[in-house]
Design a protein around this ligand. Structure first.
Ligand code: 5GP
Ligand code: ZN
Length: 114
């Protein structure tokens, strides 16, 4: 946990462009943006992947999702459309092992994802 990049961002010891913070989550701009809006919503609690989530995290997962929806509204991409992505483990593209929800929007997106 001590060596976790997103824990350091949560603790503000690694700088980031924070767009929303509350008692449960921090949301910040992705450093390698893949869309006009590309924000990561992370829980303050360190959880490596969705596979380690327990029933007691149910409220926290809701808080992450609600934050993403709120940011989409604030950015006025709710109508044009946005995508929420949760990569789990390396085969799905996860590279930082502290769960994070990607909020992507502001451009047209293809389906299925590559
Ligand atoms: P994953 O590949 O695990 O689903 O997503 C990790 C995301 O974290 C990537 O989109 C990557 O660009 C982003 N990222 C990696 N390092 C940093 C960093 O130091 N700061 C910020 N803001 N984003 C980062
Ligand atoms: Zn962490």
């Amino acid at each position: 946990m001590n060596d976790c990049l997103f824990c350091k961002i949560v603790e503000h010891t690694v700088p980031s462009k924070i767009v929303l913070e509350n008692d449960q989550v921090v949301a910040f701009e992705d450093i390698n943006s893949q869309a006009p809006t590309h924000i990561l919503v992370v829980p303050k609690k360190h959880i490596p992947t969705l596979n380690e989530v327990t029933p007691e995290d149910q409220n926290l997962l809701g808080a992450i999702l609600m934050a993403a929806i709120q940011i989409a509204n604030d950015r006025r991409i709710s109508s044009s459309g946005y995508r929420l992505v949760w990569n789990t483990n390396r085969g799905a593209g996860q590279s930082v092992f502290h769960i994070h929800l990607h909020l992507l929007g502001g451009r047209t997106m293809a389906w299925p994802p590559g």
